[in-house]
Design a protein around this ligand. Structure first.
Ligand SMILES: Cc1cc2nc3c(=O)[nH]c(=O)nc-3n(C[C@H](O)[C@H](O)[C@H](O)COP(=O)(O)OP(=O)(O)OC[C@H]3O[C@@H](n4cnc5c(N)ncnc54)[C@H](O)[C@@H]3O)c2cc1C
Length: 393
């Protein structure tokens, strides 16, 4: 195997594949992607699959069909990054070298940070939409639950798909209205101190939650789960008190962090995230390293929509760096959070680093609209597979 590459991209997810396609289009040769998974998934489809509005099988494709032609796929797990020596270590014991590196490793799901959770996940009505293999169990449980408490949780850490829990809450509410005589009580227990970071959308989400009769607590963190006894333990982050709640269905959004391989490298910031310039996406300490997506410390909501805006900036700046030119492309933090408010209706928050709404459509995107639902369910996935991953804007 060739062991010396012009550009190595770590991770074949949304950021890695889209960046590779752009670099190929820009004429860069000798690129490799290191990715251990056999499949590439469109993860935003999972909450809809958990509510029965999508088939999870439609959310993924074989990795070998997604890797851009001309790019070498190294099907290995990255186990070490030695930036000073420009070496990447692989889990088969081999190592490869790069001139330029793109880090696109996504983030790590820390289910083990909640006591008892890993033992009971996928059993005893304890569900998550954050793993492909568990999404069906969410929908099975939803159909089975008859009454009592349905609890949806959100951790204090940054998460990907920041509004996935709200998507589930709102579609669960619709599901119960249509299919059950006695609606279970729906709860949102979030460790965050706000429902949403941007005021315009926060107001609308709050209105919807109240209208649907959903109970919610801010700054309440899930800390333990006892599946067999159907008991969830929460900590009130303001008072420090802990309390138990019984559940008939528990939908967990796990705590998340940067991948260990980044935390253990010299590339991370104090919190473990890849330390990059928020406008150029170049590493703060290494000019030949760039980063994209969920693994970075960009101060925006971690979404595929944010990655879509980062890809052209990263590709343009990396090509400029290779050619010895100055970096002129600038990422302004733009991200988008679509929320299905019911089957067939959605809102879509869009904003940048300044946390001010910057909407793309000539409608008020904070108001529920069938066009926004169509975009979320059909148009955006189509653009993802046929546009973004192929290196188009
Ligand atoms: C439930 C859910 C709902 C979401 N909803 C939305 C939404 O509505 N809208 C939206 O825009 N976004 C949404 N997202 C977020 C979106 O999917 C991510 O933000 C996006 O995929 C980030 O791209 P990335 O390239 O940074 O990471 P990923 O796409 O996760 O890719 C990371 C890749 O790195 C690979 N990798 C990790 N570690 C290693 C290693 N050590 N060695 C080799 N390879 C490795 C992984 O296998 C993976 O392929 C959602 C996500 C989830 C899970």
């Amino acid at each position: 195997m060739n062991k010396q590459f012009k550009v190595i991209i770590l991770g074949g997810g949304s950021g890695g594949i889209s960046t590779a396609s752009r670099l190929v289009k820009a004429g860069i040769k000798n690129i490799a992607i290191i990715e251990h998974s056999d499949y590439h998934a469109y993860q935003p489809a999972w909450p809809l699959a958990g509510s029965g509005a999508e088939k999870k099988e439609d959310s993924r494709k074989k990795m070998k069909k997604i890797i851009p032609s001309g790019v070498k796929w190294i099907k290995q797990k990255v186990t070490g990054i030695q930036a000073p020596e420009r070496i990447i270590r692989l889990d088969n014991g081999e190592q490869v070298n790069y001139e330029y590196l793109v880090v696109a490793l996504g983030l790590q799901l820390d289910f083990n940070k909640i006591d008892g959770l890993t033992d009971t996940l996928g059993k005893h009505e304890v569900c998550t939409n954050y793993l492909y293999d568990y999404v069906d169990y969410t929908y099975q449980t939803l159909k089975k639950v008859k009454s009592g408490n349905v609890i949806v949780t959100k951790p204090s850490t940054p998460i990907k798909g920041g509004v996935a829990p709200e998507n589930s809450l709102f579609t669960f509410d619709e599901f119960f209205k249509k299919n059950k005589k006695n609606r279970p009580t729906l709860y949102l227990k979030t460790a965050k101190d706000l429902l949403f970071p941007v005021e315009k959308y926060r107001k609308q989400i709050s209105k919807l939650i109240n209208k649907k009769g959903i109970q919610y607590d801010l700054s309440h963190d899930l800390i333990a789960v006892d599946g067999p006894h159907k008991k969830a333990t929460f900590k009130n982050l303001i008072t420090g008190d802990t309390y138990d709640m019984s559940f008939d269905m528990l939908l967990v959004t796990p705590p998340m962090s940067a991948p260990d391989v980044i935390k253990q490298s010299s590339l991370s910031d104090a919190d473990g995230w890849l330390d990059i310039n928020k406008h150029t996406l170049q590493h703060i300490r290494h000019q030949n390293i760039f980063g994209i997506g969920d693994c970075t410390n960009l101060p925006t909501v971690k979404m595929g929509a944010a990655v879509r805006k980062q890809v052209p900036v990263l590709a343009d700046n990396l090509v400029a760096q290779i050619k010895g030119k100055s970096l002129t492309a600038c990422y302004d933090g733009m991200t988008a959070c679509p929320i299905a408010t019911e089957y067939g209706q959605a809102i879509m928050a869009e904003f940048g680093y300044d946390m001010k709404p910057k909407e793309s459509l000539p409608i008020d995107q904070s108001k529920t609209n069938p066009i926004l639902y169509y975009l979320k369910k059909r148009a955006i996935p189509f653009m993802y597979w046929h546009g973004m991953l192929k290196g188009h804007s």
